[in-house]
Design a protein around this ligand. Structure first.
Ligand code: TYD
Length: 213
């Protein structure tokens, strides 16, 4: 069976973590090997970059370059080998997060992000170059107000979680624009729902593509 690459997106507080874990179990139950990973992160080097990105003050370009540097290492060291083995790769955030947070939230130049995306995600398969993208992106869509309520008091906020509501509205718009640019890649899930209802929708999105029975 060929590899499968699924990313999970949404603003902080949208509640993706438990569902990523649930999907990993569902795939394993059907005999698939699963690589569970996240961005920024997923390799020793990328996890070091994550700590900087989430904690240190920096300008938007530096932030964008660091998340793409982490992504390059992650793709080369972890994602591509896993896909070549035929794994299901479940990735908590990928490039859409950069367009949403650095592009939408911080207002960084989208054209430059598109160029970085092309450079960083160019991989070789059977001697030909192509740009790696997830086969499916599950977007947990939740109004910024509700996400903020959910996050209140949950834990010490990192640099992004501490941002004002208006930042997360722009992040949400960033996700929406990415979906509109490539609708077939996305499953938009209404995350303002019970956990069971959200899980049902996540499962349905994967089943509809014939990847889970
Ligand atoms: P998150 O995925 O929410 O992990 P946790 O649940 O452990 O906090 O944290 C990652 C943060 O990094 C999140 O606030 C979004 C941000 N981020 C970017 O700003 N750009 C990116 O390209 C990525 C992948 C994440």
């Amino acid at each position: 069976m060929g590899g499968l690459f699924i990313s999970f997106e949404g603003i902080d507080g949208a509640g993706k973590s438990t569902h990523i874990e649930g999907l990993a179990q569902a795939f394993r139950a059907q005999g698939r090997a699963v690589t569970l990973t996240r961005e920024p992160g997923g390799t020793a080097l990328a996890e070091k970059l994550r700590i900087m990105v989430l904690n240190d003050a920096m300008d938007a370009m530096t932030e964008a370059l660091l998340v793409f540097a982490a992504r390059r290492d992650h793709l080369q060291q972890r994602i591509e080998p896993a896909l070549a083995r035929g794994d299901v790769v479940l990735c908590d955030r990928f490039t859409d997060a950069t367009f949403a947070y650095q592009g939408g939230g911080r207002g960084f130049d989208l054209q430059m992000l598109l160029i970085l995306e092309q450079w960083v995600q160019t991989v070789q398969e059977l001697g030909a170059d192509f740009i790696r993208q997830p086969d499916l992106t599950v977007w947990f869509d939740l109004p910024a107000e509700i996400a903020a309520q959910r996050l209140t008091g949950a834990r010490v906020p990192d640099k992004f979680e501490a941002q004002p509501l208006e930042f997360f509205r722009r992040v949400s718009d960033g996700y929406l624009n990415r979906m509109l640019a490539c609708p077939s890649r996305f499953a938009r899930i209404d995350a303002d729902n019970t956990r069971d209802a959200v899980w049902r929708d996540v499962l349905q999105a994967v089943q509809a593509r014939g990847w889970l029975a």
